[in-house]
Design a protein around this ligand. Sequence first.
Ligand SMILES: Cc1cc2nc3c(=O)[nH]c(=O)nc-3n(C[C@H](O)[C@H](O)[C@H](O)COP(=O)(O)OP(=O)(O)OC[C@H]3O[C@@H](n4cnc5c(N)ncnc54)[C@H](O)[C@@H]3O)c2cc1C
Length: 322
Amino acid sequence: MEKVALLIEFKAGRVKKANFGMATLVRRSGKAMCAFVVNDSAAEAQAALEPYGVQQVVAIRSGGPGAAWDPARWARAIAAAMDRFGITQLVGLTTPQGRDLLPRIAAQLDAPLIMDCLEVDLDRQMVKTSRYSGKTVATIRLSGRHFIYGLRGNAVEAQKAPVAAERLSFDDTPGGDGGFEVLETRSDGGEALNLAEADVIISGGRGMKSGENFRLLFDCARLINGAAVGASRVAVDLGWVPYRMQVGQTGVKVNPKVYIACGISGSVQHFAGMKSSGMIIALNTDPNAAILAHCDYYAVADLFDVLPELKRQLTASMSSAE
Ligand SMILES: Cc1cc2nc3c(=O)[nH]c(=O)nc-3n(C[C@H](O)[C@H](O)[C@H](O)COP(=O)(O)OP(=O)(O)OC[C@H]3O[C@@H](n4cnc5c(N)ncnc54)[C@H](O)[C@@H]3O)c2cc1C
């Protein structure tokens, strides 16, 4: 039976939740699957992925300096592992790590690569992905000997299908650097939930009026389990919040179950990053704001009235649940 590989990502030593949707995608295809874990804990991956039907975990060791994160060496090791295990299809995530690694693997294998896939048909090597700032969804058929896909976070809802997985290992032969050396890796500072993985996102735009006022959004997010805070480009360009929080065409493309836009007008470029959200809720003082025509629910109201009240209600519901 053909085997498809998943490229597993970790955050702070734990398998990221977005990997589970990836495993569900492959399991539904009926193909066997193995998880590639590079220089991280295969035991943690095995425990986390068995409930989602992953039958094999391959611990890949990529040595040399910068072993902790060295995309050039990792790409070479992953391509070699695909060769060793006879794998032609690899699914990863469209995350900062995936964006750095997957194109390198594709280059190593001279393989077609599609990032930000919304759907992947592993039998016919066909994918759906958005194009033209999200105005259209393209269906693309790939041809070649190997195929690399970057799945959008949350594109596939994770479903459990427990199995027992075996653990294998693969050591990449050291030698030859990747043309550069990683001297230092710095965290972007947050324990903040990755936008691409969040089930609920509450975002702010120019209507927030200042960076300090984003505290209102962080307070509400903390009270909603699994929520992250995003922003429009204006809020980023004004220096209120860091770029990693930007949602949109030139920011992160997100796919949460619920997206709450506060003081965001709804430009085409912002929509390009969040239009596939399950439910869109907007808060805006302008009854003619573009976003109101494209959301599921809205309130024409001042966010400085609504957000403190939302925080109060969330706090009250938490204390009554205790
Ligand atoms: C090439 C290109 C790429 C771009 N990429 C992106 C991108 O990735 N992401 C992105 O977001 N933008 C992007 N933009 C910018 C985009 O065109 C818009 O300028 C931007 O999205 C507008 O941000 P905003 O909605 O926060 O601000 P505005 O359009 O100024 O809207 C602010 C809104 O807040 C409302 N408001 C004000 N006060 C309150 C209040 N007290 N309570 C409630 N509502 C209030 C106003 O009614 C208004 O609707 C891009 C632009 C270009 C040209």
